[in-house]
Unconditional design. Structure first.
Length: 358
């Protein structure tokens, strides 16, 4: 009897022997005795893990998908999540994902099972399914954290087969796919790929030409990793992109990243290059980063921020912090730099600290 044999297998304490025994027993499994395998898993839930339950569910789904899926609705607790996940994943491998997508329509969105089914449809499609199903499926979802997680799952599964496979999926997504899907996939793919070889990713990015999906965080998704690898080359690449809000954000965010990850290298490079043409956004980030640790260093650069509104923001915080630590030094700085400080900032300073010294 399959149920009894599996319970005996699960009782083996040596994990290697247990897997060998499981491999001997599984070929005996058929559509008729598969429910016994389910009973064995439930009775042994304290001693088994997914290394045992996954192959059993995969086998059951291949023998009788409806029965296997129905059985998963009877399981409770953490084991329920494991068996549902593997059942859906295996189902997608059988038919490319169409059956599981149709089944999802029967699951109320308000219950935990809905997310389990949905997430494992995407994992299954990424591993061995029809990627067009994922494109349609993800395109119908709003651009929120749930979809970002699922796009990540899909992309990681595809990247197991190589980065070209993930790129091919991205390129197959229509430019007008709903809910900003193409840009979301593009940004995530850039982030994943640039972690190991940002220079090659930058070349691929440039080869795509001017495209509508190159907005948002796209430039930073490449430039951030590139700047960490080689600050000069990374910032040069960001500056080579067409002027845009995306480029300015990339310059600022890459500066923060470099300062946090490699502060000594960042200090040396940025101090020597922030005054260069196009590097204005880096000055704001640099000044903001040093506001609390070294407000005088921050102020020295804050007054060089090109945009007046941004300059006010960059000056105010370090000036306030300096005033709280050394009011005399702050007042002296304000007098010496009054031509570079707006009336708004002087007023804010006087409201908190009183008249500056003359």
């Amino acid at each position: 009897m399959l149920e009894a044999e599996l319970i005996e297998v699960f009782g083996e304490s040596d994990p290697y022997k247990r897997l060998l025994l499981l491999a001997e027993v599984l070929p005996q499994m058929n559509a008729q005795n598969a429910p016994g395998a389910g009973s064995a898993m439930v009775k042994s839930y304290l001693v088994i893990d997914r290394s045992e339950s996954d192959p059993i569910m995969s086998r059951w789904v291949s023998l009788d998908t409806p029965a296997a899926i129905e059985w998963t609705t009877t399981v409770r607790g953490s084991q329920a999540r494991d068996v549902v996940a593997q059942a859906i994943y295996s189902w997608v491998a059988l038919d490319g994902g169409a059956g599981a997508v149709a089944y999802l329509d029967e699951v109320p969105p308000s219950i935990e099972r809905f997310n389990l089914v949905r997430n494992n449809i995407i994992k299954g499609v990424g591993a061995a399914g029809d990627v067009s199903i994922a494109t349609s499926f993800l395109g119908r979802m709003p651009d929120d954290d749930s979809r970002k997680f699922m796009v990540l799952q899909m992309t990681l599964q595809l990247m197991r087969k190589g980065s070209d496979t993930a790129k091919a999926w991205f390129e197959s997504i229509p430019n007008d796919a709903p809910n900003n899907l193409k840009q979301a996939v593009f940004v995530l793919l850039l982030e994943l790929l640039s972690g190991s070889d940002p220079e090659s990713v930058a070349q691929w990015y440039d080869s795509l030409g001017l495209k509508p999906y190159k907005g948002g965080n796209a430039v930073y998704s490449v430039g951030g990793g590139y700047v960490l690898l080689d600050p000069a080359a990374g910032f040069d690449w960001i500056l080579s992109q067409p002027p845009s809000a995306s480029r300015e954000k990339a310059l600022r965010d890459a500066t923060y990243l470099l300062l946090k990850k490699k502060p000594v290298e960042a200090y040396t490079y940025l101090r020597g290059n922030m005054a260069n043409e196009g590097m204005g956004p880096t000055i704001f980030a640099y000044a903001h980063f040093y506001s609390s640790g070294d407000p005088e260093e921050a102020l020295m650069w804050a007054i060089r921020v090109p945009d007046p509104k941004e300059r006010d923001k960059a000056v105010l915080l370090p000036l306030q912090l300096l005033g709280r630590r050394n009011l005399e030094a702050a007042q002296k700085w304000l007098v010496e730099n009054q031509e570079n400080v707006s009336e708004k900032i002087r007023t804010r300073f006087m409201e908190e600290f009183g008249e500056e010294e003359s």
